[in-house]
Design a protein around this ligand. Sequence first.
Ligand SMILES: [Zn+2]
Length: 303
Amino acid sequence: MFGRRTFRIYDTKNGIEKLREALKQAETVIIGAGAGLSTSAGFTYTGERFKKYFHDFHLKYHFSDMYSGGFYPYNTLKEYWAYWSRYIYINRYMNPPKPVYNQLLNLVKDKDYFVITTNVDHCFQKAGFDRHRIFYTQGDYGLFQCSEPCHPKTYDNEDLIRKMVKAQGFDIAEDHTLIFPENVTLKMSIPTELVPHCPKCGKPMNMNLRSDDSFVQDDGWNIHARYYEDFLLKHKNMKTLFLDLGTGANTPVIVKIPFMRMTKEWPDATYASLNYGEAFALNEIKKKSICINDDIGNILNKL
Ligand SMILES: [Zn+2]
C-alpha cells in the first residue's frame, strides 16, 4: 500500500519532547516490540553473556554467539538439549539485566494499551503487563510442541528446562539466576530420560518458535490474535500512539508496515519509531511520526 520506495533513517527534531507530549495526550498506546527492545534490556546473544554460559561449547565447536550455537548440528539430542536448555533458561526464565520493560510498563499502565511482539522471551509478562493485552506472534521459548507437528498443542517447559540445566551441574538461585557452583565441571549433555518426546507420536519435541511452517498456533495463540484484532477495531477512532520499539527490517509485515498503514488511515494516530540506528517513517506519514535513533532504555529514561 505504500508502494515501493526508498526511505532513509532520520531523527525527528525535538523527538523526546514530542514523544513525551504524544504519550501524555494518547488515550490508547499500541506497542509493537522487536529484538531491539530486549537488546536494550540486556538480553544480548554475543560477547560476555555468551562466553559466560557457553564457554565450554565455544571451546569445543568454535561458534561465538548464541544463535550460531542454536543452529549447530549436534550429534545427539542429549547434547542438543544441553545447549538449548541453557539458552532457554537464561533468555526465558531469568530476568533481563536491565529494567527497560518495567520502565515501559510504568509509562503505559494507566493508558488503554496493547502489545504485539515478535519477541519470544516472555519479558512483557515477566514485567507485569496484563497478559490479556499481549499478542506474542512468533511463539515462546517457554513452550514445547511436537516437531512433526502431529497435533496443534503446546506444552509448558519450565520444569523440564530446570531439570536439564541442573543435570549439567548448574544451581538455580531464588531469584531465578543460574549459578555456577565452584569446582564443578559442567556437563555438555543431559540424561536420556530428560530428552523430550511428543506424548502422542513419540517424535522429538521442539521449541514453539516460528522458524518454518511447522510452527504450531495453539488455542492460546489464536485467542491472543483475536484480542489484538478486537482491540484494533475498538480503538480505531481514539487518540492513539503507535509505539514501534526496536522492530528490525526482518519482519516488517508484523509491526512496522501495519503500524504505519493504520497511522495513515486512522483519524487521530501518531507513529513513533524508537530504534538504535534504524528509526524511520515513510514520507506519507512524516507529519504524524516521531523517529528517535537511540538506545530504547535511554529514550525511556528521558521521558
Ligand atoms: Zn507428535
